[in-house]
Design a protein around this ligand. Structure first.
Ligand code: ADP
Ligand code: MG
Ligand code: MG
Length: 907
């Protein structure tokens, strides 16, 4: 026989007042966060109502067996229940002096509000009389009973909560009562009867045969049955859709399970010396060192959060008649908890007839600004070390602070307010449809898309617009969710906006302002305000607390951080964010706008003369581009990638052209112009590839059209030579993309070296420009030793490497089947967002082989993964020299790299 596993742990005191707690804060995986911290609070002498915790593992065993109890578990629970009854000197369901308990969920990782809790369990038609007799307070007793029936029906049986809420409202109307507290004991007793009737009418006899008596479902009177059903319901809530979705979003494993805490009730609803509340030991919005929170007198549990009555601020508590002592003690507890857990804590408490009880504590959720301030303050208070402070801030959270903002010195008039749905500020011309936003973007105009509420059909317009403004919908409306996902500023639910999308105008209620299409407005998604006219925007700056934490982070990280940028403004921005170089300058981004004509003329004219003149024009333009880039990054490396995308990306869409020709033909257009366009169409068609991701692109372009790399390398070297002559210190590096064999690299390296030598000769300067390659194809990774012998550096292009390792075409799969794969758990997460272990294995192989082939090889990564904290941790572990990411991710990467180094020091 295997040794029996322990499934239940007790916490709190025994009848003699000794602490008999079996668990501790270290046992979160077994007891869940709530259970482990209840045990910890009991261990440090805080007043915790006694109880016991059923382990998370029991939940998983029960679920995996198809909702069947593991052998012996129910007996073990029964014996802990008997122990609790003995400790309290009361029995659950007792007719004279009943013990009431709460049945509370609590997973290893905090999932606030996702799972279920039942309060006041143990009441029935007999024990209510005992409760009345013991407390001499019939109103309190009936209020507890009606709450129990309500919660049990909703949480355990799944009945609609409105059925009960409506009955309460009806009763209040009947009695002319303004608030719940105005209802009398008799009213509540009547409500209990009504609730039991609602229960019988709505609970399913098929699903709950145990509740059927005399051919009708009745509210369970047996406390043992009440308890078992409640525990099963809490187990079941682990897999409710809400909780499942939350875990998916927060990358929490599905096999952790939830613990169940069965705990003696304490009552905040026993009159005016009783209260219940929630609090933080510091301000979770801005980090100020102050007690923060709310309480309600004569109330229970959810009342505070549910917002049914107006709460009072926690700072007043100790001044309230009858609550002074508990209020003062609570403040002492705040300090004690912070000192013990060495973090800002979130607390739930109840005061029963002047006596304080602690019901929960955990590390408090906080905004980015608060996280920074709390970490720095606690380090300065000596509570935590610098290393801990750096690990206390979520890198992804910094995103909240890293968007353009209104210039604080600007003055402006606010015309409307809404919800601050997605941070950052935007200025643009008002458009009222997605199509108009797209059309404006094509003309190079900045817009703000104004809609009543957005729908999936508006997506293209939302992408095209600088910001999104809606008059309807909350923080989880379509507009808000999508905008946050895209990182676009959004103000939603600005109700003063009366939109007439047909007429393309919006009235601002209460004013005589009318917004028409094309009017310029500004919006600030960080604060939720809308302004008429253009407000000056400023880029966020790394100052204050953010600067302090990032400086500390830099002391610990070993991974370098560079930026992906292709114009001097982005380069400067990334430098101000702390980038130590440019890891990827995508030269094709320099061929947009008016340059598009030149590259098109290069592609479409195959006579050498036109080609040469197009190339000359490109050379002029590129030399200027590189000059600006190297100047902005003076003294730091700038890796320029030679032209990479398939050429058709620079051409018009052949379909659109074909439609146009057909239309003009029907309209009787001139035959000569039609013939010219048909010829153009044939030409464009000749560049269409069945599988362009795997076609003529990357280094293959340079091999087929050597004139292109020669032009680009000449421009790079010339720009560097000019800056050198001006006394600056440019550090260009040349990167050859999409290499799969060393022969490709050797060939293009030869071309580049010869060109650099020519420029040096012509300009009379010495230039040493490293030449390296991207590793973004599996063949390159597995032959990295050979390739490294001809390369000065490697940069892993993990976007393409993910595409080619999986055989996934990113543009095709992300919208289509990856969401389904995630839902069905065929993939644990999107491999284009966080590096997949299989792809990471190729990176590791590439690094190890590469360093064998060339011990001086510098290795980095420049895919989108370079800005993702989880991937950064993997890259740190592999031992890369640096990551490169978009400018706004640079601070995120600095912090994530420091955390990786602190958590997994390199050997
Ligand atoms: P959640 O995880 O959703 O916060 P909890 O288990 O913390 O759920 O319960 C919610 C609220 O119910 C608590 O904040 C507390 O006010 C109340 N509650 C839970 N257990 C007890 C108890 N033993 N005595 C009094 N109130 C309780
Ligand atoms: Mg709670
Ligand atoms: Mg690539």
């Amino acid at each position: 026989m295997t040794e029996a596993v322990k499934r239940v742990y007790r916490f709190g005191k025994d009848a003699q007042g000794s602490n008999v707690t079996e668990g501790s804060a270290a046992m979160k995986a077994v007891l869940g966060g709530k259970g482990a911290n209840l045990a910890e609070m009991a261990n440090i002498g805080l007043p915790v109502p006694p109880g016991f915790t059923i382990t998370c593992q029991t939940c998983m065993e029960y679920a995996n067996a198809g909702n069947v109890w593991p052998e012996g578990a129910l007996d073990e629970i029964a014996s802990y229940r008997a122990d609790l009854e003995q400790r309290m000197g009361k029995r659950i369901g007792d007719a004279d002096d009943p013990l009431l308990v709460s049945v509370r969920s609590g997973a290893p990782l905090s999932m606030p509000g996702m799972m279920d809790t039942v309060l006041n369990l143990g009441l029935n038609d007999r024990s209510i009389q005992g409760l009345i007799a013991q407390t001499g307070n019939p109103r309190f007793a009936w209020d507890s009973y009606r709450r129990f029936i309500q919660m049990f029906s909703n949480v355990v049986i799944g009945l609609d909560g409105d059925l009960f809420e409506n009955a309460i409202i009806a009763m209040k109307q009947l009695r002319g009562a303004a608030s719940d507290t105005d209802l009398t004991a008799e009213d509540l007793a009547e409500l209990v009867g009504e609730f039991k009737r609602i229960f019988s009418e709505n609970a399913s006899p098929e699903r709950y045969p145990a509740l059927v008596a005399d051919g009708q479902v009745t509210f369970p009177q047996d406390p043992e049955l009440q308890l078992r059903l409640a525990v099963e319901a809490v187990f079941g809530s682990w897999n409710n859709p809400r909780a499942t979705l939350y875990r998916q979003k927060n990358k929490i494993a599905d096999d952790l399970g939830t613990a169940v805490n069965v705990q003696c009730m304490v009552f905040g609803n026993k009159g005016n010396t009783s209260a219940t509340g929630v609090a933080f030991t510091r301000n979770p919005a801005d980090g100020t060192k102050e007690f923060y929170g709310d309480y309600l007198v004569n109330a229970q549990g959810e009342d505070v959060v549910a917002g049914i009555r107006n709460t009072s601020p926690i700072s007043e508590l100790k001044h309230i008649e009858g609550l002074q002592e508990a209020g003062t003690e609570l403040e002492e507890v705040f300090v004690l908890l912070e000192n013990h857990f060495r973090d800002m804590m979130d607390i739930e408490f109840t005061i029963e007839q002047g006596r304080l009880w602690m019901l929960q504590t955990r590390a408090g959720k906080r905004t980015a600004a608060s996280a920074l301030k709390v970490a720095i303050d606690m380090q300065r208070e000596g509570l935590i070390t610098k290393e801990e402070a750096v690990c206390r801030v979520e890198p992804d959270q910094l995103d909240q602070l890293l968007h353009p903002q209104f210039d604080r010195s600007a003055t402006y008039d606010v015309i409307a307010r809404g919800l601050n749905a997605s941070p950052g500020a935007a200025v643009g011309k008002v458009v009222f449809s997605a199509a108009d936003a797209v059309a404006a973007a094509e003309r190079g105009e900045k817009t703000v898309l104004v809609r009543w509420e957005t729908t999936p059909d508006d997506l293209a317009g939302m992408i095209a617009a600088e910001g999104i403004l809606t008059s309807h919908g909350g923080k989880t409306s379509h507009a808000a969710v999508i905008a946050r996902g895209m990182g676009a500023p959004c103000v939603c639910g600005a109700e003063a906006l009366k939109i007439d999308a047909e007429a393309k105008q919006a009235r601002i209620a209460g004013t005589d302002i009318v917004l028409r299409e094309g009017d310029v407005i500004s919006l600030d998604g960080t604060t939720g305000i809308v302004v008429l006219g253009a407000v000056d925007l400023v880029e966020p700056e790394i100052t204050g607390d953010l600067d302090t934490i990032l400086e500390w982070a830099d002391e610990f990280r070993t991974l370098g951080v560079r930026a992906n940028a292709d114009n001097p403004e982005d380069a400067e921005l990334s430098r101000s964010f702390g980038a130590e170089g440019i890891g990827l300058d995508r030269t094709e981004h320099m061929f947009l706008g008016e340059r598009k004509q030149i590259i098109q003329s290069f592609i479409l004219n195959d006579d050498p003369e036109s080609r040469q003149s197009a190339v000359d024009a490109l050379y002029e333009a590129q030399t200027g581009d590189f000059y600006g880039m190297f100047k902005a990054m003076d003294g730091l490396p700038v890796i320029v990638r030679l032209l990479d995308p398939p050429l058709h990306e620079f051409l018009e869409s052949p379909r659109a052209l074909e439609v146009d020709i057909t239309r003009r033909e029907a309209a009787g257009a001139d035959a000569r112009s039609l013939a010219a366009d048909r010829e153009l169409l044939a030409k464009i068609d000749s560049f269409v590839e069945a599988n362009p991701m795997l076609g003529l692109r990357g280094c293959r372009l340079g091999i087929v059209y050597p004139i292109l790399p020669v032009m680009q390398v000449r421009a790079i070297a010339t720009a560097a030579a000019r800056l050198r002559k001006e006394g600056l210190n440019p550090h260009p590096e040349i990167m050859i993309p999409l290499v799969s064999t060393v022969a490709e690299l050797e060939k293009l390296r030869g071309v580049a070296e010869a060109t650099i030598a020519e420029v040096c000769e012509a300009e009379g300067v010495e230039l040493s420009i490293p030449i390296g390659t991207m590793i973004e194809l599996p063949r390159a990774a597995v032959t990295a030793d050979q390739i490294a012998a001809k390369a000065d550096f490697f940069s892993f292009g993990t976007n393409d490497l993910t595409q080619t390792t999986f055989g996934f075409s990113r543009d095709d799969v992300e919208g289509e089947f990856i969401p389904q794969y995630l839902a069905e758990k065929l993939l644990p997460y999107n491999p284009f967002a966080t590096i997949d272990p299989g792809v990471a294995k190729l990176v590791r192989m590439g690094v190890e082989l590469g360093r064998e082939g060339n011990p001086d090889l510098v290795v980095g990564v420049c895919g989108e993964h370079g800005g993702d904290p989880d991937s950064i941790r993997t890259f740190h572990g592999i031992g890369l020299d640096y990551v490169s990411c978009s400018p706004y991710r640079v601070p995120v990467a600095r912090l994530a790299a420091a955390q990786a180094a602190l958590r997994e020091p390199r050997a």
